[in-house]
Design a protein around this ligand. Structure first.
Ligand code: NAD
Length: 345
């Protein structure tokens, strides 16, 4: 017997082209959605177990991460992001990361959608970075000089999200170990009508010293920056790639994370600090703590945001995309995907 609550939902597939059409130009709305999701997560209306890292002895630079999560509130959906990182792809001319997001129905558990998710992942990462830049710079003056260390897809999305939520800059600094990446990002900036002077730096030092908002979006596996004096002008640092900064930099700074348990894992820089000091005293709190005024960010030290990246954000953005596509009547449903539906045939 079925009723409206126990019917098997149709199963839909949403392509990257469709995801991108839905999300394009929605930067403000998505940053608000990410903010609401952090607040919901902070209030405990979510389940977000540790991400699972699948690694391969024969391909040590590669990994595939599973991010299962469940979110309450108005979103009310469960699911899983399954995201691969194969850094060698870039040299072969295809993106490093590829991903799908599965959404599961709250009432029946049935998966009801599979979405291309590299765009959703980059979008929620960039929205979270823009949100953090906003909250962490309150009280110290809006940064006017931004510097990017590592300029691949994520750096591009972060710039798009900052620009799309009202940021403009006098200077945009770029540093990448690959001259090709630096040139590609400069080309993107030029055609994106960015304000401000674009400068490519040959060293991270020059870039960091001349930026009051510094974004790390490299693929560094371990710290390559350890000079505390480079941060003597107290910049806001978005440490999105998580493993660039040596413990001494974090120990000389205010540290904000998205989720403490998540971030102190997998040899992130905050995890290295915990291992070195044996405690978590170096953490001020989460971004939700900052937004809820439970902690105050001092203006006289650098502040570093290290976001591990939460599955609940992927779910929130994925459900947003699903609802828009469903609302426009354009869902691509796979008929009979779930087929053996009668218990005894
Ligand atoms: N925290 C999160 O939620 C989150 C989410 C998504 C991606 N990420 C991370 O963001 C990072 C960037 O992702 P992407 O898709 O843009 O990767 P990408 O491969 O497209 O670009 C990375 C760039 O960093 C450059 N680079 C590598 N090492 C460097 C170094 N030491 N100094 C300067 N530049 C360096 C590379 O040349 C490349 O241009 C990855 O580490 C990824 O894991 C984090």
């Amino acid at each position: 017997m079925t009723d409206t609550f126990t019917a098997v939902p149709p199963f839909a597939v949403i392509s990257g082209a469709h995801v991108q059409r839905v999300l394009q130009g929605q930067e403000k709305e998505i940053v608000e959605l990410v903010e609401a999701t952090y607040r919901l997560h902070g209030a405990g209306d979510s389940v977000n177990p540790p991400s699972y890292f699948l690694r391969f002895p024969d391909r040590p630079s590669a990994r595939i991460i599973a991010l299962p999560a469940s979110i309450g509130g108005d979103v009310r959906v469960d699911g899983l992001k399954w995201i691969s990182s194969f850094p060698e792809n870039v040299a072969a001319g295809i993106p490093r990361a590829s991903a799908v997001l599965i959404l599961n129905d709250h009432d029946t558990g049935y998966p009801f959608a599979c979405l291309e998710s590299s765009i959703i992942s980059a979008t929620r990462t960039a929205a979270s970075a823009a949100l953090a830049a906003d909250w962490l710079s309150r009280g110290r003056g809006r940064p006017r000089r931004i510097g990017f260390v590592g300029v691949g897809l994520i750096a591009r999305y972060i710039h798009t999200f900052l620009a799309g939520t009202g940021w403009s800059f006098d200077e945009v600094g770029v540093h990448d170990v690959s001259a090709e990446s630096a040139a590609g990002f400069r080309g993107y900036l030029e055609q994106s009508d960015t304000t401000g002077q674009v400068s490519v730096y040959g060293s991270a030092e020059g870039l960091i010293r001349s930026s009051d908002l510094v974004v790390f979006a490299t693929v560094a596996a371990q710290p390559h920056i350890s000079e505390v004096s480079w941060f003597g002008h107290n910049p806001v640092v978005l440490h999105v790639s998580l493993r660039d900064l040596a413990p001494e930099i974090l120990l000389a700074s205010t540290n904000v994370v998205d989720d403490v348990e998540h971030c102190l894992k997998a040899n992130t820089s905050p995890h290295l600090v915990e291992q070195a000091t044996g405690n978590r005293d170096f953490l001020l709190g989460t971004l939700d703590d900052v937004m809820a005024d439970r902690v105050t960010v001092p203006a006289d030290r650098p502040v570093i945001f290290s976001p591990f990246g939460l599955g609940v954000l992927d779910l929130a953005v994925g459900k947003y995309v699903y609802d828009k596509v469903a609302g426009s009547g354009e869902l691509f449903v796979i008929e009979d995907f779930f087929y053996e539906l009668r218990r005894y045939g």
